[in-house]
Design a protein around this ligand. Structure first.
Ligand SMILES: [Zn+2]
Length: 215
């Protein structure tokens, strides 16, 4: 019953956890892109993280797309609205782990603000109770201006200190240090998440701070 060329569309399908996702579009690249987005949405729901807007942009975009494309089948042209025949698309069952999805599509420490860090050193990246990560033992990107060339760009948080005992005033707003404020200590740097003015204030380890350790 093919009597109109406009009824031919490109169809991309994907399989996540055995479920078939299918997108038709008259432009091939749109069918692919919509299918990729649907795969990422599904994976993020499974991993209980927010769908990352514009996930295909940025420095690690190529790696992310390569990962997502494992779930995609072959692109074929079909009659619009026809039944999806999964076996025509050479799909493979892709195994993945939730921590892998969180690592690829989850929030990144570069998105962190001082308001999101509590007095126990947890970073709250979402509203839910489970949406937090302990920063002690986590690796943070350290700004280049407080780092010497031989120091690593990402450094592990190895200790925490009480900011009220370590600083007289906030270096950001010059106000009093709020109760419960902490300083995160890496091998070569210190980070004061200033809740008073919502600044992330980094120091080089040589800065004149007298740190009173909590742990
Ligand atoms: Zn401040």
């Amino acid at each position: 019953m093919l009597n109109n060329e406009e009824k031919i569309v490109w169809r991309m399908v994907a399989m996540v956890d055995g479920d078939i996702i299918s997108k038709d579009h008259k432009k091939a690249e749109k069918a692919i892109k919509q299918t990729r987005n649907a795969v990422v949405k599904r994976l993020c729901i499974n991993a209980k993280i927010d769908y990352p807007y514009a996930w295909w942009q940025g420095s690690e975009a190529a790696d992310k797309i390569e990962f997502v494309d494992k779930f995609l089948g072959t692109l074929i042209s079909v009659i619009s609205g026809s039944k999806v025949r999964a076996h025509d698309h050479e799909l493979e069952f892709i195994r993945y782990r939730v921590p892998q999805i969180v690592a690829i599509f989850g929030p990144k420490p570069t998105d962190m603000t001082a308001d999101d860090i509590d007095s126990q050193g947890n970073w709250h990246f979402g509203e839910g109770d489970h949406e937090k990560i302990s920063l002690l033992g986590s690796t943070l990107p350290v700004p280049s201006d407080i780092r010497s060339k031989d120091q690593p760009t990402k450094q592990e948080v190895i200790a925490m200190a009480d900011a009220q005992l370590s600083l007289d005033n906030c270096p950001g707003c010059n106000g009093d240090i709020p109760f419960g404020s902490i300083i995160l200590i890496t091998e070569f740097a210190h980070l004061f998440p200033a809740n008073c003015c919502d600044n992330m204030i980094w120091f080089n380890q040589d800065a004149e701070t007298d740190l009173e350790g909590l742990e």
